[in-house]
Design a protein around this ligand. Structure first.
Ligand code: DGL
Length: 275
């Protein structure tokens, strides 16, 4: 079947974190439509095995394909790290994850060849950022650190809090001791801690936000594939953004409204295990 340029992009994450990626797509590719799925029933993915995350990701792709999408953005570092190959196989559509775009920019930005990566345990254990960086620049030293407490702190809304600052510094001490000049925020929640991290580490270290870099790479991918949206936005049309979750739709909509530039009136609940 011919894919339409004006079809939506399927964006998925383990829960709410991928909204930081959706937000960048809305800002940087305003004519694109989005179908977002957050796996709020099974979040977090960051402590799960590759096998489990692959299974979840395949179910999500099967669901997104029922929505007539033209491409898929894996808006989750852990799902990208563990399941991008499975997603590609299942989707048969253009797929982009968040890891390569972040790694590419870090390789360009670093001057001293030392790059820090902070992420979930799963992403760190997969070595996906290190592999992506070394595929571009084998000379770069990658200093990785799993930061499992940061996701719950963000989800509790403690973005500017002494407890969060203390934990950020405990995690970052080791990374900073290694003299990194570039730090990848390798988890969907961490861009929301950007100003706290910046305040704690000063201005000399470049912070790479894979959410932003992914939106930019997506624009390139859609152009290359001849899939960029060509349709002018119709003001009478219902919202170009649709949201689906596997649990806690109201809590999701509340969080979405706090970070997105649009009004998310509701998210629809689906039974993802059925796909
Ligand atoms: N979205 C996940 C990531 O970027 C963080 C939350 C989770 O552990 O599921 O790795």
């Amino acid at each position: 079947m011919e894919i339409s340029n004006n079809a939506p992009i399927g964006v998925f994450d383990s829960g709410i974190g991928g909204l930081t990626v959706a937000r960048e797509i809305m800002r940087n590719l305003p004519s694109e439509k989005i179908v977002y799925f957050g796996d709020t029933a099974r979040v977090p993915y960051g402590g799960k095995s590759r096998q489990t995350v692959e299974k979840y990701a395949r179910q999500i792709v099967r669901f997104l394909k029922t929505q007539g999408i033209k491409a898929i953005v894996i808006a989750c570092n852990t799902a990208t790290a563990f399941a991008i190959d499975a997603v590609r196989e299942e989707a048969g559509l253009p797929v982009i994850g968040v890891i390569d775009p972040g790694a590419q920019v870090a390789c360009k930005e670093t001057e001293n060849g030392r790059v820090g990566v902070i992420a979930t345990r799963a992403t760190i254990s997969s070595g996906a950022y290190t592999d992506a960086i070394h595929a571009i620049r084998p000379d770069v030293r990658v200093i990785q650190k799993a930061c499992p407490l940061l996701v719950p702190l963000v989800e509790e809304g403690l973005l500017h809090d002494p407890v969060t600052d203390e934990i950020i510094m405990r995690y970052l001490d080791e990374v900073l001791e290694n003299g990194v000049d570039t730090l990848i925020l390798g988890c969907t929640h961490y861009p929301l801690l950007r100003s706290a991290i910046r305040k704690l580490i000063g201005d000399d270290i470049r912070l790479v936000n894979p959410a932003y870099e992914t939106a930019r790479s997506l624009s390139g991918l859609l152009s290359r594939e001849g899939l960029a949206c060509t349709e002018p936005r119709n003001p009478d049309e219902p919202s170009p953004y649709r949201f689906f979750v596997s649990d806690q739709a109201e809590k999701f909509a509340e969080f979405a409204n706090s970070i997105l530039p649009i009004d998310v009136s509701a998210a629809r609940l689906i039974q993802i295990e059925d796909y």
